[in-house]
Design a protein around this ligand. Sequence first.
Ligand code: PLP
Length: 382
Amino acid sequence: MIYLDNAAGSFPKPPQVARAMAESLAEYGANPGRGNYRLTRRTAAMVESAREQAAELFGLSDSSRVIFTAGATMSLNLAVQGMLRSGDTLLLPGMEHNAVSRPAAELEDRGVIRVRQLLADREGYPRLNELERELRAPQRPALLALTHASNVCGAVAPLDEIAALARQRHVPLLVDAAQSAGLLPLSMRRTPLSLLAIAGHKALYGPPGIGLLLVDETADPRPLISGGTGSRSEERRQPRDYPEHLEAGSVNVPGIAGLAAALAFVREIGIEELCGKAMRLTDRLAEMAGNIPGIELYLPQTPRPRLPVLALNIRRRDPAEAAALLDSRYGICIRSGYHCAPAAHRALGTMEEGCLRFSPGWFNTLQEIEQTGRALAELARG
Ligand code: PLP
């Protein structure tokens, strides 16, 4: 089997991730913050240390503002629903995942907010002049939600430039880093962001079911859910203190243990090395695919920042059929269709049929890529 769907969820996971999860279940995983005996104290220490690791990796000074969620979708829902109020405008630059577009549409349909949806350029990058115009408009948006890197074609938005513009105009910036966290350096200390949404199970190599929302001091979203926190239990309302303000209910202890091991793995190998290897594999596949007649690649004409995600179509072949053949004939696992991001397909011009997406990761080899290139050549020949 050749697994090339790391943008959906990395596989395999580093063995230490599975070990840390199993250990939390077998040896200590009591409910942190819900009692004061040695097992809860040990679990709480692990959870707080994971929070500190995440704060350190993503440059957030106050680790209590690292919120554990069930994944990037929940982080983004928390941010969008928690930040916007009646009559607000949400600005979307054009490569959004449904994890942003759908909560936005829901609020819009209920008449709570207005969504200003821009179209990214044909290569999947935000149009900066339009974005700037919207940010400078007299009735500026109440939130800008930016996809840092596209899960469809890997295009990386110029985050520093956009963050500077947003901060200048006092517009809070929510960054969807589901794809980029673990592959690109991200520091809330260096780049003025308000909210950073992260998936644990993609390029951080953590387990599914765990994500993060990092909240800068300039932002204070309303909770998405309320409930027990193990603190201030006599109060009627959700406590104002972080992280409890945004983190109701028992936390996902094995998920957090796995994520902590994954963050240590990322730190040990290094983001540059992780991205560099996956990018070299992606570039090799792009080179092979580019030489195959009948294959259309969705790549920038001139070099622009990208992540290890390659989008393409084989002419005369439906993407779903091509993906099924890659699996059944060659054991190659990839994703086809719209990848939950219709806005991106509108920009790339692939709205009719979607596309095939290949996303190599740290555990892939050059040999696997060469095999995939040959399989593509056979499929394109018919
Ligand atoms: N945003 C982007 C850009 C994504 O690629 C994904 C997952 O595919 C998500 C959000 C949702 O992430 P999760 O699966 O962690 O909920």
